[in-house]
Each structure stands twice: as structure tokens, then as C-alpha cells.
Design a protein around this ligand. Structure first.
Ligand code: C2O
Ligand code: CU
Length: 655
């Protein structure tokens, strides 16, 4: 059974078990004499069924613990004691009640036991992982007060006792909400206090660097004025504009220029010095330019409230970086991104290798959704490109959407030549396979054009297809297949078996781990920006209060990302790429896979390696931007780096 299914089953059993015990409690009736046979049967059956389900829940918790303590921590340390205590109370209560003795107390015990079991079930959401002692304590006290209130009711204690218990319960509830609200008003946790992920000293070189840096501001981590390279300058103006789609619909878009949804493609050559002047005409929320997947110096990273202030209407900002890493990237606003990106503040960034591109046609196609249509490149309709039979084509695909996307090429075998801006060594050609791209991810698909041409498909839309074919041909006359063919597993793709070019060799090159970080992804009720929210959490907290992953320059960081929830989380690391080591304990065997966006599905555990070679304060967040806006953002922070920018000041809202 998959871990996600187990999580679901375990919770369902815990909830249903508590429900049956509560039902037993309510069925015990109000008579003070021994119940009739039918009632006794019903109560016994409910209690027995509830107990059985609790056993299932307990077994489930232990199996989950075997899959990883992250999945079961609170179920074992908080849930299980509640369930055991609840069962003990309930069993005593039922046996007294069946015999008709100590009636009000018997009924109180059955109901109180049910409350404890219910507390165990909700511990998954309120206590979470790592298990939160305060929440556990509050739940325990709530169970006791609820039981007290029940007892006062059943024994007709009078108004004062009732009001006492009810009042205390209300105070407890208010206290719990207040405690959660207070954590939302606490100071942001953006900078590293100490490198808390450390289990030992960093390497000598790193220690030397770390101790010699007293404190650096992100504003000083810019591309130096004298950086080498011919300047390649672009101007982007962020503005509202109406766009007429091929479907005939007009959408109110926000864009970086031009009359299409997508911003201009920025295509530069390795070795150039890129300068991008950003002006904001009338985007009231403000904008920034973030270079997704391009590992720029921190001060060029474009995160409002962390590396710069939002660029408000009438303001400007110039980003500069050296184009030293060929590959496929994209840019987008990182101010109010969950709305801005969706509305069109994005575009492609392609860095061509100095030696040129081997393929004869090179297309960069972001895939986006707006106004109910799927826009591939610049259009939501079908489109075609001409290429001669035998020509090779590089199709750079970016998922600029919020959900995972599957893509494929129909009509010819293709090779995944690069993922997230990093070439994959010697991947075989495949056919009738799809490639899954998490939100924010990119893949370069390379193929040779056959006489009938090929069709590029996404599972987002059957209408927005792209045909690449020789001038006379109509494109391949083949059935659509993207949703029907198996997914290519990139962890097992490409040459990786030799001593060189394997993941182990790549890892050995990095040296031993000197720091670690754990990201446990979940959903919990939390205050986010002052509002109660069913939030997306990392380690039980929400942005900007999640403890950063603290590192020192030179660290080799082991990152473990665990998805305890039921949503997919495309986790994006700024300023670095991570080497995929394993997923769900299964080591990656293909060509070393360096990603900036890791699509973590429910129940998955990813082990990653990151080299801390780019000092700064870097966002790590879910690229389903609605999740980011609901809390799922944190930082990877280098010791000694500080930021003068503030979340909420100057309108800064990176999410
Ligand atoms: Cu593509 Cu932090 O973003
Ligand atoms: Cu997410």
C-alpha cells in the first residue's frame, strides 16, 4: 500500500473508531436503571467496532512509523496514549453500564473515552510533526474538561458546575487560538541565527570563510560592477493589458511587455553580462524579477521583502547577472506571485552555450493557464513550426502553472536532453512515454523530425498542441497519447551505471555532508498573515515563521523532504540546484539529476544533496503558488547574511 493510502486509511480508522465510541456513549441513554437487551447489544457492538478500528489505526501508525517517523510521530506519541486512555475509560464505563451500576459515571466514562479517541484523531492536524507539546497538552486538557462537563450534565450538578466547565473549555479554546495567533505575530524567521542544521563543524575552508565573515547584507551580494562579458540589455515594463486569445476570449492580463500573455523570451549567450531593466507601469501590488532556476547572486534574486523591495508603480530595478550556465530557465514576479504569475508576469530565459546549439531548431515553450485556456508559448490555439525531415529539434518546455503537467512527443522517439537547466548525460531515446514536470520545472526534449512531423502534447489541453513538421506535411496522423502512456522515471533515466557519471560519483565529488535540513510538508490550521487558514505548513509552521535551514558557505547539505499531506508540493530551491539521491528509500540510478524544483507527491520522501556555494538568504517554497501564499515558504539562510528588507514593509509580499 502506498504511504499516502496508509495515511488516509490510518486517519479514517482513527476518526471512525472515535465516532463509534462516541455513538456508543450517546446510546447509553439517560435511564438510571439497567438498559434493555437491545440497547445493550447496540452499545456492545458499537464499542467493539470502535475498538477494532482503533486497533487498525494503531497498527497503521506502526506501519507508518516503519515508513518514516515523520509520518507517524504524533500518532504514536500523542494519539496512541489518548486512544489507550480513552479505551480504558470506555471499557470500564461500558462494563458498569451493562451491569447497570454507577450509571451516570459509567456513561461519563464512555463519552469521555470517546472524546480522548477523537482527540487522538485530530492530533494529526493539531499536533502534527514534529509533535507539538503545547497542542498535545491543550488537547488533553480539553478532553478532561469535556468529560467534566459531561459528568456535570449527567449528574445534574446545577448551573454553577456546568458554567464552570463550559467556561474553562471556552478559555482553553480561546487560549489555543490566541497561542496560534501569537505565533503569527512573532518576529519573522528569515535569517540564520546559527547554522542549526549542523551536526559538526564545517570543513576547514568553510569554517575559515564563515568566521571571517562578520555580517553581509543581501544588498551587497550583487553582481559586481566590473563583472566580465559583453552587456546584453533588455527592458521589461510590467503593465496591465488585455489579451485576445485564439479562442476569442479576452483576458485581463498582467504582463512584462508585448501583446501576448507571456513576456518576451530573453535569449542570451553564455559569457554575456545580462542586464534587465524592469519598470512597473501600473501593477499596483508591485512586481519583481526572479530568475527561476538561474543561480544568480542573492541580491539579484528578486524576492520582495527578502532580497529587495517590491518595485511599485513608477519605480524601476535593474537585475544583472553573468550568463555562465547554459540552459532553460524562466523568470517571473516574486511579489504577490500567486496572483501576478497566474495573470502573466512570466517569461522564458534561455542561455545558449557559447559553442552554439547542436539542434537546428530551438523552441522555448512555457505552458500556462489563463482565462480557462492553456497557453503554450504565446498562443492557446494549435500552432506549427516548420523543420525539414531529418532536422533535430530542441523543445524547451516549462511548466509555469501550479499543478504537475505531463508532456510527450508523438510521431518520433525523443530524448530528455536536460531537466531544470542541467544537461542529462546520454539519456536514451524513448517513445510512447510521458515526462512529468512539476510546477516550475523545465525539460528539454530533443528529437529528429520524421517525414510526417511530430506533435507535442500536454495533458493540460487537447487543443493547445504544437506540430513540428516539414513544410508540405500536415503533421502526424496519430492518436493523442499523453495521458495514456507511462511516465518516464527520471531517477532511472540516462547513463548512470559506470563509475563516472553515476549519482554516487557525483555525490562523492561533493564530499561528506556537513549540515542537514528536514522539510516535513503538511496542512494544519494556522494563522497566516493574521487570518485563520487551513494552511500549508513546513515542520508545523508557516511563513515567515518557519525555522530556516541554516548553512555556512562550503557546507554540503543533506536535505530530506517529506510530504505528509494529500497535495502535491513542487518544492523549489532558490539559488542552488539539488542532486537527487533517493525517493522513498530507492536510490536514483540514472544520470545525476540536478533539480531546482522537486515535485513531491503525497507520502513521498526525497533525499537530496545541496552544495552551499552561493551565499545569501534564499527562498525554499512550494511552487504551487497558492500553497506558498498559504504558508509553505521558508528560507535556506547562510550564517552571517542579513537582510534590510522586510516582509509587509513597502508592500512586500513575496508570496
Ligand atoms: Cu519560481 Cu520562488 O520561484
Ligand atoms: Cu504545495
Amino acid at each position: 500500500m502506498t504511504t499516502a493510502a496508509l495515511l488516509l486509511l490510518q486517519s479514517a480508522a482513527a476518526i471512525a473508531g472515535a465516532g463509534l465510541w462516541l455513538a456508543a456513549g450517546f446510546t447509553t441513554g439517560s435511564s438510571t436503571t439497567r438498559a434493555d437487551r437491545r440497547e445493550r447489544l447496540i452499545v456492545t457492538a458499537l464499542a467493539a467496532g470502535g475498538t477494532l478500528l482503533l486497533v487498525v489505526a494503531a497498527v497503521g501508525a506502526f506501519i507508518l512509523a516503519g515508513r518514516g517517523w515523520w509520518f507517524a510521530g504524533e500518532k504514536v506519541v500523542a494519539g496512541l496514549p489518548f486512544q489507550v486512555a480513552g479505551f480504558a475509560a470506555g471499557a470500564v464505563g461500558v462494563s458498569w453500564w451493562l451491569r447497570g451500576i454507577r450509571m451516570p459515571l459509567a456513561r461519563t466514562l464512555v463519552l469521555g473515552g470517546g472524546y480522548a479517541m477523537a482527540a487522538a484523531a485530530v492530533a494529526t492536524w493539531l499536533v502534527g510533526y514534529p509533535p507539538q507539546p503545547v497542542a498535545t497538552l491543550l488537547l488533553g486538557v480539553a478532553v478532561l474538561l469535556g468529560t467534566g462537563l459531561t459528568w456535570a450534565l449527567l449528574t445534574h450538578r446545577g448551573r454553577r458546575a456546568l458554567a464552570g466547565f463550559a467556561g474553562l473549555l471556552a478559555v482553553l479554546l480561546a487560549g489555543g487560538v490566541g497561542w496560534s495567533w501569537l505565533s503569527d505575530t512573532a518576529a519573522p524567521r528569515i535569517e540564520a541565527s546559527t547554522a542549526h542544521g549542523h551536526d559538526g563543524p564545517a570543513t576547514d575552508a568553510a569554517t575559515a570563510t564563515a568566521s571571517s565573515t562578520s555580517s553581509t547584507s543581501v544588498s551587497d551580494l550583487r553582481t559586481p560592477a566590473e563583472a566580465p562579458g559583453d552587456v546584453h540589455r533588455f527592458e521589461l515594463t510590467a503593465a496591465r493589458h488585455d489579451v485576445e486569445l485564439a479562442s476569442g476570449d479576452t483576458v485581463e492580463a498582467w504582463g512584462f511587455g508585448g501583446d501576448t500573455v507571456v513576456g518576451p523570451e530573453l535569449r542570451v549567450t553564455e559569457g554575456e553580462l545580462v542586464e534587465v531593466d524592469l519598470a512597473n507601469r501600473d501593477i499596483d501590488d508591485g512586481v519583481t524579477l526572479h530568475w527561476h532556476g538561474y543561480d544568480v547572486p542573492n541580491g539579484e534574486d528578486g524576492v520582495a521583502g527578502v532580497t529587495q523591495d517590491a518595485v511599485l508603480p513608477g519605480e524601476r530595478f535593474t537585475s544583472r547577472f553573468v550568463a555562465d550556465t547554459p540552459g532553460t530557465y524562466w523568470y517571473h514576479t516574486h511579489q504577490a506571485a500567486s496572483e501576478g504569475v497566474r495573470r502573466g508576469l512570466y517569461g522564458m530565459l534561455v542561455v545558449e552555450p557559447a559553442a552554439g546549439i547542436a539542434e537546428s531548431l530551438d523552441l522555448a515553450l512555457p505552458v500556462h493557464r489563463i482565462g480557462g485556456e492553456v497557453v503554450v508559448g504565446a498562443t492557446d490555439g494549435p500552432q506549427s513550426f516548420e523543420a525539414a525531415e531529418g532536422d533535430t529539434v530542441r523543445l524547451r518546455v516549462a511548466n509555469t502553472e501550479q499543478a504537475p503537467m505531463r508532456v510527450t512527443v508523438v510521431g518520433a522517439p525523443f530524448r530528455v536532453a536536460a531537466v531544470d537547466g542541467r544537461e542529462l548525460s546520454a539519456g536514451d531515446e524513448v517513445e510512447h512515454r510521458s515526462v512529468r514536470l512539476g510546477a516550475g520545472a523545465r525539460a528539454d526534449l530533443v528529437f529528429t523530425v520524421p517525414d510526417d512531423g511530430v506533435r507535442f502534447e500536454t495533458d493540460f489541453s487537447a487543443a493547445s498542441v504544437v506540430v513540428v513538421a516539414p513544410p508540405a506535411s500536415e503533421g502526424p496522423d496519430l492518436a493523442r497519447e499523453v495521458s495514456d502512456v507511462p511516465e518516464l522515471d527520471l531517477l532511472a533515466y540516462g547513463a548512470g551505471n559506470g563509475d563516472d557519471g553515476s549519482v554516487d560519483a557525483a555525490l562523492a565529488d561533493l564530499g561528506p555532508f556537513t549540515a542537514e535540513g528536514e522539510l516535513v510538508l503538511d496542512r494544519m490550521p494556522r494563522f497566516v498573515g493574521g487570518a485563520p487558514t487551513y494552511a500549508y505548513t513546513v515542520n508545523g509552521q508557516v511563513f515567515p515563521h518557519i525555522d530556516p535551514i541554516g548553512v555556512r558557505e562550503g557546507d554540503v547539505v543533506k536535505l530530506t523532504v517529506v510530504n505528509r499531506g494529500f497535495d502535491v508540493h513542487p518544492m523549489h530551491v532558490h539559488g542552488h540546484h539539488v542532486l537527487v539521491l533517493a525517493r522513498d528509500g530507492v536510490p536514483a540510478t540514472g544520470a545525476p539529476l540536478w533539480l531546482d524544483t522537486v515535485d513531491v507527491r503525497p507520502g513521498e520522501v526525497w533525499e537530496l544533496a545541496l552544495v552551499a556555494d552561493n551565499p545569501g538568504i534564499w527562498m525554499d517554497h512550494c511552487h504551487d503558488l497558492s500553497h506558498a501564499a498559504a504558508g509553505m515558504m521558508m528560507t535556506l539562510a547562510y550564517e552571517g547574511v542579513t537582510t534590510p528588507f522586510e516582509h509587509d514593509a513597502h508592500g512586500n509580499r513575496p508570496e
